[in-house]
Write a protein of this length. Sequence first.
Length: 365
Amino acid sequence: MDFHWLYIILSFVLSLLSGFIITPHIVDFCLKRKLYDLPNERKVHHNAIPRLGGVAFLPCMFLAFLLSLYVFKYTTDNLPFGISLWTGAFLVSLFVIYLIGLIDDVIGLGAPIKFTAQIIAASILPICNLYINNLYGFMGIHEVPFIVGAPLTVFVIVFINNAINLIDGIDGLAGGLSLIALTGFLVCFGREGIWTYCVLIAGLMGVLTAYLYFNVWGSVEKKRKLFMGDCGSLTLGFILGFLMVKFSMSSITVKPFSSDSMLLAYTLLIVPCFDVVRVVLVRLRVGQPLFQADKRHIHHKLLRIGMNQRRALVTILGLQVAFILLNTLLNKVIDVTYIVGIDILVYMAFHFALDYKLRKIEAKQ
């Protein structure tokens, strides 16, 4: 095994342990300050649940990252990276998103304010020359000029940010989908030998795994259950958006050109992104405001056909894994444009099947 993976494993373990240590204290803080996610007609939970689980994500991730780098430095007398302009831009942007999410969880912010903050944070990246500059043949498009790639990058990051935030509707869903995507990005960056990002991703995976334990299996009665809140979902969404842009960007100074870079990055986020597109299209069709919450997301449909939260969670996570396997196989034989088209058809077929079952259930009532 490449010795770099030892530091990746170390980062994951350190973050995992930090998450298990910190999270109970966050729950106690929320209970003391009465910082709850309250149930309403749109939400599926029936109790007031502490909502600051995502506060632990950045501290634990960076603690594990820095300690792993220190061990790397101590054992090899070398550091695998320097602080580049791109890294600095990412850290500044990420801090803005984290802070906005935290403020929203504590005192509440309107959707326009959060949306504006996301645009500002995402805009920092192309300003520092980090942007989508190649579509690798999708719709016949290859190289993308900055004047097109910069706004496209901002749109993609803000879109993914909101996709993770909006799909955070049942226990384990946003966290589970993010964990699958992070695992994929870990493999992708490891394939290219970009070890710094692998260590960082592993650090986030560790604390996210600890969070999922409390979120999915934590007990309300024992006061150990919590939600990630907007601080967590926005932080995860922004990091995933950044990783997609970073891995998709064609730059010979960072990694060798790989024709499947965009496809791999896109595939890891299909379910949350396709879900947002479908919900937005439905809202536009019925004349509903885009920022008005509703119960049209994929998990709501699965619950309406009679699934409990656990079965709905497993179904959606399984769908995401199925897309990854499908696109990995298709990438060997057909063009990326056709693969995206097949993905859309498969996702539509899945929802047509759900709608058919819903109509049968409603007809019996």
